[in-house]
Design a protein around this ligand. Structure first.
Ligand SMILES: [Fe+2]
Length: 501
């Protein structure tokens, strides 16, 4: 693609109308309800630029060969003055590192100094229409990166660290100090093109990613080599277009799901510019990996999937798993209710499904892997089998057949192995709201054999964030190592672990 093609995509994606806000009802409601519902502290705003501490409250022993750095990201500043964001996904990002050393865990966290964050800090008020809210007298949005909050995930790659949003550029961070270095462009021509928060990284370090340009009705695809050099970028028409959050890569193909939650514009915030059409089909786009060509479309019933585990290909059939919800109401209704403490639905509806796309027969199919009692999200696999055949999936779960937790989020971590009929689960204490957990392989082990499940949890009763390490071979035995921060940070989203070499 030529630069002028990219500019037309960026221009089409940047126009956002401005209308006055309805007020600060989310702020009032949150502060009224948080006293009676202590779990809401997990969604309290951060008003501090940085955190730095050695972990305390150590229980157990850190494995001697588990060394490295767990980087995490998530929305942390949910309020500016008396304006509170309506949505969890709108908050400004804070990047964290948990360094695993011979003497324990060293923790750092820093607000990401995006253009938006710095401008709003200077003025002391919310300036822009964002994911789901509009502040009073909003400033014009001149480009996606002017409102890029860098709050979803991290990408450590080739010695660099990036904080990722999904509608704009990666923000480069210093991997040691977590200082914000600036917006990253893989080339002059592709500056500002959307780069999603869920790139797929092959075992050799090759990066594949996508982005969506809603108003231009195009999907962007990226191929970056192991040293961080752009190999190719391309655009595929997608009309109607949704807001896909994740995608899939196999040895030969790229696949992406377009749910019937269509971008139709007509709103001052991005979320409300989408309409759910339950009577329409979900589309799956498959393209060839080597040239982003040969687009083929497949169909499934209406549904919504935030996250997929991993994909692989056998006999011209693409296989993958996804945390499938019947609709996007988790995002459109339940999370805004969470943010003001008025949740009126039970746990989220996402369940792990296995999908197949038969490239010979031109057909896609899906099957639930568990009954409706097992809610699951944040599926993760051994990074050594990324884009290859995998068997084991680490995921956050809630079993509705068990006594409910006193908070409305998932309360357990599970390991699913497709060679076994049951899953291995550890249920966190009722005081804990666990965040995403990752599969960290043991050095020099065969893929998916030995290693650890590493994850964090917000202990909202004690007002601490905790980190736990489990043996992948028995998470139900409980953590083998736990460390506690002397503070609590807001519930975050995604992370990646960089193992010491
Ligand atoms: Fe995500």
């Amino acid at each position: 693609m030529k630069r002028r093609d990219f500019i037309s995509i960026l221009g089409a994606g940047a126009a956002v109308a401005s209308t006055p806000a309805l007020g600060n009802s989310w702020f009032d409601s949150f502060h009224k309800n948080v006293q009676a519902q202590p779990w809401m502290n997990a969604f309290k705003t951060v008003n501090q630029e940085s955190f730095n501490s050695t972990a305390v409250g150590i229980r157990g022993k850190m494995p001697t060969d588990l060394r490295g750095n767990l980087y995490r990201n998530g929305p942390a500043r949910h309020e500016i003055g008396d304006f509170r964001y309506k949505h969890w996904f709108a908050g400004d990002g804070m990047v964290q590192s948990y360094q695993f050393t011979d003497v324990g865990i060293q923790h750092q966290a820093k607000m990401i100094e995006t253009k938006k964050y710095v401008a709003e800090r200077q003025q002391g008020r919310a300036l822009y229409s964002g994911f789901a809210s509009t502040p009073p007298n909003p400033a014009p949005v001149t480009s996606p990166d002017s409102v890029n909050v860098a709050n979803i995930s991290v990408l450590p790659h080739n010695g660099k660290l990036f904080a990722l949003w999904e509608a704009g550029s990666p923000w480069e961070m210093d991997p040691d100090t977590l200082e914000t270095k600036g917006l990253h462009a893989y080339s002059r021509e592709t500056r500002g093109l959307p780069f999603s928060a869920h790139p797929r990284v092959e075992p050799d370090g090759t990066i594949w990613n996508f982005g969506y340009a809603s108003a231009a009705k195009k999907l962007i695809f990226w191929h970056i080599n192991a040293t961080g050099v752009l190999v190719k970028v391309g655009a595929v028409p997608c009309d109607p277009i949704s807001m896909p959050h994740d995608f899939l890569v196999t040895e030969k193909h790229i696949a992406i799901m377009i749910s019937p939650f269509h971008y139709e514009g007509g709103s001052d915030n991005f979320l409300d510019a989408h309409q759910w059409h339950p009577d329409q089909l979900t589309k799956l786009l498959v393209i060839d990996k080597h040239d982003f060509g040969n687009p083929r479309w497949f169909e499934l019933p209406a549904q919504w999937v935030f996250h997929f585990s991993n994909a692989y290909e056998e006999n011209n059939v693409i296989h993958f798993e996804g945390a499938r919800a019947p609709d996007p109401l988790e995002m459109t209704e339940r999370i805004p209710a969470l943010m003001q403490g008025t949740v009126d639905r039970g746990h989220g509806e996402s369940r792990l499904f296995h999908y197949q796309i038969d490239l010979n027969k031109g057909r896609a199919s899906e099957v639930a892997l568990f009954g409706p009692e097992l809610q699951s999200e944040f599926p993760a696999v051994d990074p050594r089998v990324s884009c290859r055949r995998h068997h084991r999936t680490v995921m956050m779960t809630t079993d509705r057949n068990q006594p409910p937790a006193s908070h409305p989020m998932l309360n357990a971590v599970s390991v699913y192995d497709d060679r076994k009929s049951d899953i291995d689960t550890f249920v966190y204490p009722d005081s804990h709201m666990p965040e995403e957990h990752l599969f960290i392989p043991a050095p020099n082990s065969q893929p998916e054999t030995q290693g650890w499940v590493v994850g964090t949890a917000v202990n909202y009763k004690k007002q601490r964030t905790e980190l736990s390490v489990f043996d992948i071979r028995g998470v139900s035995d409980g953590p083998i190592y736990t460390a506690e921060l002397p503070y609590m940070l807001p519930l975050g989203l995604h992370g990646k672990f960089v193992q010491s070499s």
